[in-house]
Structure formats: C-alpha cells, structure tokens
Design a protein around this ligand. Structure first.
Ligand SMILES: [Zn+2]
Length: 198
C-alpha cells in the first residue's frame, strides 16, 4: 500500500473514491467485498456496550447513593488515578468508619459526632464539622480561588479538586476520633456511677 495523489485520474484511486462515496450515501446495492472486522474493534465495542449497561445499573441501583454522588460516571472513574485509602473509602461511601454507619451495626452507642452538633456522616465531616475546620480551610481556599462557591458538587471533589480533597481526607484520623469518643464516654460515666452508688 502506498500514498498516491488524489483526483488526478489514477484509475484505482478514482474507483475507491467513487465506492467510498456510494457507501457513505447508503447505497444498498453495493456488494460488500470485505466483511472482516479487526478483533480490537470487536473488543472495544463489547467494552463500550458493557460500560453502557453498567452505567445504567449504577444509575438505577438502590444502594450506593453516597458513592454515586462522588462517582456518577463510570467511564470517568475508570480513567482516574485515585489515592484510595481506608479513610477515602469511608468518606466516599459513608461506610466503615463514620459513627452513623457504626451505629447501624451496634458498634457505636449513637450516631452523634464528637462535635455534638450533628450526626457523624461523611457529608458532615467533609462539609461542616467544626472539628475539621483547620484541615478543611486549604480545600475551601482552593475551590474559592477557582471562583466557585463552597461546597461544590461531590463529584467535583473527586475530579477537579481531587488533590486538595485527598490532602483533607489524609488528615482525618478516625481511630484517634473514635478513641477520643470512647474516652469521653468513659469520662462521662464515672461521676454517674459514683452518684448512683452513694
Ligand atoms: Zn462533627
């Protein structure tokens, strides 16, 4: 195969041009002389269809609402390189570490955050818990520097502002937080017990 100049009367090239034009115009009388498809095209088509179906299932799934708000588009997620840690998973799914989740499995006495203002959900930790005000500051600055208002849509935290969000997530120490909760619970129980024994 070699390159030839177009439209200068080279017979083979003129025929190819004519046939290509007819095929593009949907001429059904054209006899298809070549019907083999490269295996890479088949693979990429299967991949595309599979992802389309998966996206539909993801859109309509009953569970996973928190995770879906962070990752609404599967194609986009597959292209992303995210520094996944247990804390990232906990905040991105609302599962595993926040007290609202632990309480569902009787692993925490209640759902209340240590700040005592709201339930400890991943949304609360990210958006408005005053215990994380200092760590949240640089993330808010970054977003406001881009002339957007805080808080942005969740999926923007995992795309456009992923770097700032990852630094914030890294600063959340659930173990320390839960140890502090345990300590406070014990500390609050001591005087109660003493009073009841008197
Ligand atoms: Zn809080």
């Amino acid at each position: 195969m070699k390159w030839v100049k177009a439209h200068i009367g080279i017979e083979g090239n003129e025929t190819a041009d004519k046939l290509a034009k007819e095929a593009a115009q949907g001429n059904e009388n054209i006899i298809i002389a070549f019907d083999r498809i490269p295996i890479t095209s088949v693979a990429s088509e299967i991949n595309r269809k599979g992802l389309e179906q998966l996206q539909l299932q993801w859109n309509n799934a009953g569970a996973g609402a928190v995770c879906r708000s962070f990752f609404p588009y599967l194609v986009q997620r597959l292209k992303m390189n995210i520094p996944i840690t247990p804390e990232f998973t906990a905040l991105g799914t609302g599962h595993g570490k926040p007290r609202s989740y632990l309480h569902r499995f009787k692993l925490a006495d209640d759902t209340m955050c240590l700040c005592n203002e709201r339930q400890q959900t991943s949304d609360h930790i990210i958006s408005d818990c005053n215990l994380f005000e200092a760590q949240r500051g640089p993330m808010i600055n970054k977003i406001e520097d881009s002339e957007e208002s805080w808080p942005p849509a969740k999926h923007e935290l995992t795309t456009k502002y992923l770097h700032a969000f990852s630094i914030f997530v890294k600063s959340i120490d659930f173990q320390k937080l839960n140890r502090l909760v345990k300590y406070l619970e014990l500390w609050c129980q001591v005087p109660t017990k003493r009073t009841s024994s008197e």
